[in-house]
Design a protein around this ligand. Structure first.
Ligand code: LLP
Length: 463
């Protein structure tokens, strides 16, 4: 949403206390398809429906807060990514964005692979029937036990993240009488234009092995010598919520250069490169993400061009989108509890969740949008801050947004684009019970992750 100096100068209902003018949308009842899941519409009654189901009925049946996930949209996005490269690349969904057994089954059915980064994610993937060879294990500090379980299960690849890990994985594989397929994750030295905490390819950080100073080349040297490892490629992930393809371009160029150096030094052409995830989505109407086919075309052409220039056969590409698949497919449904008007300052709309179900606003200054969904309203737009119920003033869900001025306790409001990194980063702060994930599809709704209960809390509390 656009912030600028107020055109008329003086304070106004749509001027933030910080002094910026904040333009209200033309129609508050409209639902921008950029930020909402595909089957979300406002029906004739004025209420919003998803997958053919009224949000009021969903709130009644499943309670609030709840994450409501559009299964058909999730599957459509999987297919779009799968088809984007014309079958010439492997798509690994990044499970950290959101993982459950149902999601694993959908991925499997839609032909995607899965990137996991912990024993818990690996266990979920295997329990739901993802074939091990379609799983990649990530992490900058995988435990010996995690590595052992992954090798034993027969995962398709382990992405090596440090010199110690090269030796560790090789030893474990040898002890199990296996040769583990691995990639080496390199840091390419790109400054991705995103929040500092989610940028991962500049050199001063904990992930990967730096290309700079020959570190990555040394890692390759060591990996090629070990019997327990089959080095299949090089991996790079430059960060998250990125719109600009320039960073991927630099990254691809540097990874291909490393492949050429490896060929020159060792006489082997590694068959794969992974360019990671990180593709941005629209959280507000101001964001303009690219479609998977555009991203695929751009990545493929960069890699092909660079390989031709280096005289290399084009390696098989893989990518690891998480947010771009699941993010837009879900919204969080909340009930309004209180509306507090601080005259001349700000209006706080409090909901029955907060930073326990969406930490991203507090953690990354993330921007979200919000709409009144239980009814339409002709009331004037009112600039509000949507906050949660936690004992913390930083408990903000949507920093600045417009809701109709008649928004009142009992109304349902929804925050779109919460499919990624909301349930997966949810907490029990203040002993909040983590909300359920309700999947809707073609007129039917089912809980795929149930709401936590007080018994769940008590079960862990064994003192
Ligand atoms: N591959 C690797 C190696 C990763 O580390 C990540 C994300 C992905 C793929 C998927 O990235 P995506 O396509 O979802 O952006 N909690 C933060 C995001 C952290 C991302 C960590 N790694 C957030 O809420 O924005």
């Amino acid at each position: 949403m656009s912030r600028s100096a107020h055109p008329a100068g003086p304070r106004h209902a749509d001027v933030l206390p910080e002094g910026h003018y904040f333009a209200p949308p033309a129609d508050l009842n409209a639902l921008d398809p950029k930020v909402w899941a595909r089957t979300v519409t406002r029906t004739d009654t004025g209420a919003v429906s998803v997958g053919g189901l009224d949000v009021g009925a969903l709130a009644e049946e499943f309670g609030t807060p709840a994450y409501v996930l559009d299964e058909s949209d999730f599957r459509a996005r999987c297919r779009a990514w799968h088809q984007a490269f014309g079958g010439e690349a492997d798509v690994f969904y990044a499970g950290k964005a959101f993982l459950s057994r149902a999601v694993v089954r959908w991925l499997h059915e839609e032909g995607l692979n899965l990137d996991v980064c912990s024993a818990g994610e690996l266990a979920t993937a295997l329990a739901a029937g993802m074939p091990a060879e379609r799983i990649a294990l990530h992490g900058n500090n995988k435990s010996t036990e995690e590595i052992r379980r992954a090798v034993e299960a027969g995962v398709g690849r382990i992405v090596l993240d440090s010199f110690q890990e090269i030796v560790r994985v090789a030893h474990i594989a040898e002890r199990l009488g296996k040769r583990q397929r691995v990639q080496i994750r390199v840091t390419v030295g790109v400054e991705a234009h995103t929040h500092e905490f989610i940028a991962t390819a500049h050199e001063d950080q904990k992930f990967g092995i730096a290309l700079a100073g020959g570190q990555a080349a040394e890692a390759v040297r060591r990996a090629l010598k070990l019997d327990g490892l089959e080095l299949i490629g090089i991996h790079s992930h430059i960060g998250s919520q990125i719109f600009d393809m320039a960073g991927f371009e630099v990254s691809a160029r540097r990874v291909v250069q490393l492949l050429a150096d490896i060929r020159d030094e060792h006489g082997v052409e590694l068959p794969e490169i992974d360019l990671g995830g990180g593709l941005g989505i629209a959280y507000t109407s101001d964001d303009d993400p690219r479609e998977p086919h555009e991203i695929a075309a751009s990545l493929s052409s960069i890699v092909t061009r660079e390989c031709q220039a280096a005289g290399l056969a084009v390696p098989r590409i893989s990518v690891e989108p998480g947010r771009a698949i699941v993010g837009p497919t879900a919204f969080t449904l909340y009930e309004v509890g209180t509306v507090k008007v601080l005259e001349g300052l700000r209006t706080y709309v409090s909901v029955d969740g907060g930073m326990s179900d969406n930490i991203r606003t507090a953690l990354y200054d993330a921007e979200y949008s919000v709409s009144l969904v239980s009814r339409a309203s002709d009331a004037e737009p009112m600039l509000v801050r949507v906050v949660g119920k936690h004992c913390e003033s930083g408990d903000i869900v949507v920093r600045d947004a417009f809701l109709p001025a008649d928004v009142a306790p009992g109304d349902l409001i929804a925050v779109p684009a919460t499919g990624a990194y909301c349930r997966s980063m949810a907490s029990n702060y203040n002993h909040a019970l983590r909300p359920p994930v309700v999947a809707v599809n073609d007129g039917a709704a089912r809980v795929i992750v149930r709401r936590e209960t007080e018994e769940d809390l008590m079960r862990l509390d064994v003192g």
